[in-house]
Design a protein. Structure first.
Ligand SMILES: Cc1cc2nc3c(=O)[nH]c(=O)nc-3n(C[C@H](O)[C@H](O)[C@H](O)COP(=O)(O)O)c2cc1C
Length: 184
């Protein structure tokens, strides 16, 4: 797929089914991620692949991380969240504090890696959606996933086969977002 087509036509695909991306497709997803712009070549990222029984375990971790008095429907919803796709990639920013490259730039680099994965997925006909929500910030979840003190969870990338034809990407008017400077 042409790079510009991938960039302008990518859409999120929330309804995902098996099969998950195969080994060759995954290799390209991660090759794309590792080409994200990276100030200082710090490689401020790491990725967790979760599938199969791992997704069930993640759902249990989500549910167990809710307040003890949570309604059964809420617990069930949390339990089922990771089961919305056959493959999940957790994108983690692993930052070096006190470095001349500010932490914000390192987190942005990890975000770029996540976006690169979405684009590489789209280019290969793989459906993907970037999610966060409370479970991306819940300390119990972060501990359960093994995040360290210098790490932030950038996103849960859900990946799989689109259940139906993905929607067509909008072509927004760029005018409100783009201005020449200095203003005339
Ligand atoms: C950091 C980040 C976190 C996001 N978290 C969620 C989320 O938790 N739930 C959700 O429905 N969309 C979330 N989104 C937005 C979707 O990934 C998606 O971009 C949005 O639904 C628009 O669809 P589109 O990508 O097809 O334009 C998040 C996006 C980013 C960049």
């Amino acid at each position: 797929m042409d790079a510009l087509v991938a960039l302008t036509d990518r859409v999120s695909v929330p309804r995902l089914v098996a099969p998950a991306p195969d080994a060759a497709q995954r290799e390209l997803l991660f090759q794309a991620a590792l080409r994200a712009p990276d100030h200082g070549q710090l490689k401020p990222w790491r990725f967790l692949i979760i599938e199969g029984e791992g997704l069930v375990q993640l759902g249990e971790l989500f549910a167990a991380s809710l307040p003890v008095d949570s309604a059964p429907e809420l617990l069930n919803k949390a339990r089922n969240m990771p089961l919305r796709a056959p493959l999940m990639v957790v994108v983690i920013a692993s930052v070096t504090e006190g470095h001349k490259v500010p932490v914000q730039e390192q987190v942005l680099a990890a975000g770029c890696a996540a976006h690169a994965m979405l684009l590489a997925a789209h280019a290969q006909g793989i459906g993907a959606v970037w999610r966060t929500g409370d479970m991306a910030y819940n300390p119990n979840v972060l501990t359960g996933l093994g995040l360290q003190a210098n790490e932030q969870l950038v996103g849960y990338l859900y990946l799989g086969t689109p259940e139906k034809e993905p929607r067509t990407a909008p072509r927004p008017d760029i005018t409100p977002f783009v201005k020449a400077w200095p203003l005339v």
